[in-house]
Design a protein around this ligand. Structure first.
Ligand SMILES: [Fe+2]
Ligand SMILES: [Fe+2]
Length: 133
């Protein structure tokens, strides 16, 4: 379980905060006793992340965010990772790998990405929208 914690996750940018809440809602809804549930939830997270990243990337482009290349690369990397684990579920080993990725890596990736890249982006967007940049 990885609850949305205001102190940690809230970036005070509504549109993006909402997408992050949605991600954690799906992430937490996995039935940890069912390996198929992990596959289903990761598939849902991949779809949600495509939409979520598009929203962020459109904002980057709209306001010429200076660190968009690194941020977009990071988005592409995690989408490719999720896709990789989803594609390799025809064996029990592949399913176990997906579960391990979900539990051991994806949640931490989410926190780190929020705290580093997304918080930098939203700080920039707030400045732009307040006419500071
Ligand atoms: Fe994000
Ligand atoms: Fe992001």
């Amino acid at each position: 379980m990885k609850n949305f914690e205001n102190e940690k996750h809230l970036l005070n940018y509504d549109e993006i905060d909402e997408l992050h809440r949605e991600f954690l809602d799906i992430y937490n809804s996995v039935d940890s006793s069912s390996i198929d549930s992990y596959i289903q939830k990761l598939t849902a997270l991949l779809q949600q992340s495509k939409r979520h990243f598009n929203v962020e990337e459109e904002l980057m482009d709209k306001y010429s965010y200076p660190r968009s290349r690194e941020h977009k690369d990071e988005h592409r990397k995690v989408l490719a990772e999720m896709q990789y684990f989803i594609n390799n579920t025809n064996s029990l080993f592949g399913k176990k790998m997906l579960k391990a990725y979900y539990n051991e890596k994806l949640g931490d990736w989410f926190d780190l990405h929020l705290l580093s890249m997304d918080s930098d982006l939203t700080a920039f967007l707030k400045k732009v929208e307040n006419g500071i940049v």
